[in-house]
Design a protein around this ligand. Structure first.
Ligand code: MN
Ligand code: MN
Length: 475
């Protein structure tokens, strides 16, 4: 008697065929590879805590990989352009890394991320003394929840231009033994402030403690603000600064908290500035590692995204066009820059809002990103009725989805939150306005814009793989 054939459950089979179930990266990738990649990422995070130090650190890594400055390349352009590695440093605050393809006529694959993060900037005249404490006034940059910046260790990362024109880099709070700085909050015993949390915690109370020892000398009688004077004297001894030098400076107050593994299983990574250094790092590493690149490929790291992508270092200034203009004659191309742009594609690489289990109600579950479920594709951003959105057209969504599926990339869908609840944007619209096909895709984050944001290590690794596949793809 023949054995009865075992058949699957037809309903389950149909479900499998027709429905889409999100896939966990942990079920698909080697844990060791995920963890190893994140160790490198951690090092980058703590070395580059601002747009300037991120540019420096990424250029350092690129040069190790054979990238040369744009100016040096133009001086002596090689006969064979394919495979050439170039970088363009835009005022030390944004940077583009390029790998040249066989023919510029194919267009360019861009991945664009940003390297500025929400923070506190020192005001142009920052120092003051009160109650024999020296403090610095700040001006917040980007969208922050002000209360989160009290009572956390802070560092200073920035530059000062001195009277003689010399530029001095200042970075304190990140080396072992460094002091840190703190904004001290009111004790609960005496805190009777009530109402809207954004009004209770006011911008003008975001004042950073700098010191408390008065300057001592025989003849200090009648001299005011001796603690402030002492701090200035210390700065003068160490850097040669006088107070007016702080006027021509960009000194950024950022959390001085080392990136750390989160959880018993170490699956998550907490750090300041995942938004958007996580996409900046994965995009650049993907370009460095992509083999081969047949189309010209470019990872571009931008400044000023958190305040609207404005200015000469933000996405609104299309400095990347400069290289294309120079490349066209080198490729002996008759095509116009507009045609190259039309044939080009951009992944706007920025973070997405992951579902926080304690605050689920701000999301609509079917259209929200979950930590550990791969790179998050965001079809559109904006607020209200898609106001100010970059809305990727179906064709590019189809292209990216099929590419990721073909190459086995774990991806998920994620919008910012419930319709009409809030909103936001990325650099996407600035590239779209230039005529490029653009889609948003990046890493889901918990606690975005806080001093200590959280990502899944699995998503960091998967996003790197996704950008790499994009750069390697010739279509
Ligand atoms: Mn961002
Ligand atoms: Mn942001």
């Amino acid at each position: 008697m023949a054995k009865k054939e075992t058949v699957g459950n037809p309903v389950k089979d149909l479900q499998k065929k027709l429905r889409r179930e999100p896939v966990s990266v942990w079920s698909k990738r080697e844990k060791e590879a995920i963890f190893a990649f994140n160790e490198e990422y951690k090092r980058f995070l703590f070395a580059g805590t601002t747009e300037r130090t991120s540019v420096n650190e990424m250029i350092r890594l690129a040069e190790k990989d054979g990238y040369i400055p744009f100016e040096a390349f133009l001086k002596n352009p090689p006969k064979k352009l394919e495979g050439q590695k170039i970088y363009y440093n835009n005022r030390g605050k944004s940077v583009a890394f390029w790998v040249l393809g066989k023919d510029i006529a194919d267009g360019i694959n861009f991945v664009a991320a940003h390297i500025d993060s929400p923070r506190l900037d020192l005001k142009p005249v920052p120092l003051y003394e009160d109650t024999e404490l020296c403090l610095a006034k700040t001006h917040y940059y980007g969208g922050i929840k002000k209360y989160q910046w009290f009572n956390v260790p802070l560092g200073i990362d920035g530059v000062v231009i001195k009277a003689n024109g010399e530029k001095v880099a200042v970075r304190i709070g990140f080396e072992p033994g460094d002091p840190i700085f703190v904004i001290s909050d009111l004790l609960p015993h005496l805190d009777r402030r009530e109402g809207d949390i954004q009004k209770v915690f006011q911008a003008e109370t975001l004042n950073v403690l700098l010191g408390s020892i008065p300057f001592t000398f025989d003849k200090t009688e009648g001299v005011k603000d001796l603690v402030l004077l002492n701090i200035l004297n210390l700065l003068n001894e160490k850097y040669g600064f006088v107070e007016e030098d702080l006027f021509s400076a960009e000194l950024e107050i950022v959390p001085a908290i080392e990136p750390k593994d989160v959880g018993f299983d170490r699956s998550l990574l907490a750090a300041y500035g995942h938004d958007d250094r996580v996409c900046a790092y994965t995009a650049s590493k993907a370009l460095f590692d992509a083999r081969p690149v047949s189309k010209t490929a470019c990872a571009i790291l931008l400044d000023k995204e958190e305040i609207g992508s404005v200015g000469s270092t933000g996405a609104i200034h299309t400095f990347w066009k400069k290289l294309i203009k120079h490349l066209l004659p080198l490729y002996r191309s008759e095509l116009s820059i507009d045609t190259i742009i039309e044939r080009s594609m951009v992944i706007s690489a920025d973070v997405a809002a992951g579902i926080n289990p304690s605050f689920k109600d701000v999301h609509e579950a079917n259209n929200a990103a979950k930590l550990g479920y791969g790179i998050t594709i965001t079809k559109y951003t904006g607020r209200g009725g898609k106001g100010g959105a970059s809305d990727a057209h179906a064709e590019i969504v189809g292209h990216i989805r099929n590419l990721f599926n073909d190459k086995g990339i774990v991806w998920q869908n994620g919008l910012l939150g419930k319709v009409d609840l809030g909103g936001g944007g990325t650099v996407a619209q600035f590239f779209a306005n230039e005529g490029l096909s653009v889609i948003d895709a990046g890493v889901a984050v918990l606690g975005m814009h806080s001093p200590y944001e959280i990502v899944s290590k699995a998503d960091v690794y998967e996003t790197y793989l996704a950008y790499k596949v994009f750069f390697e793809n010739s279509k």
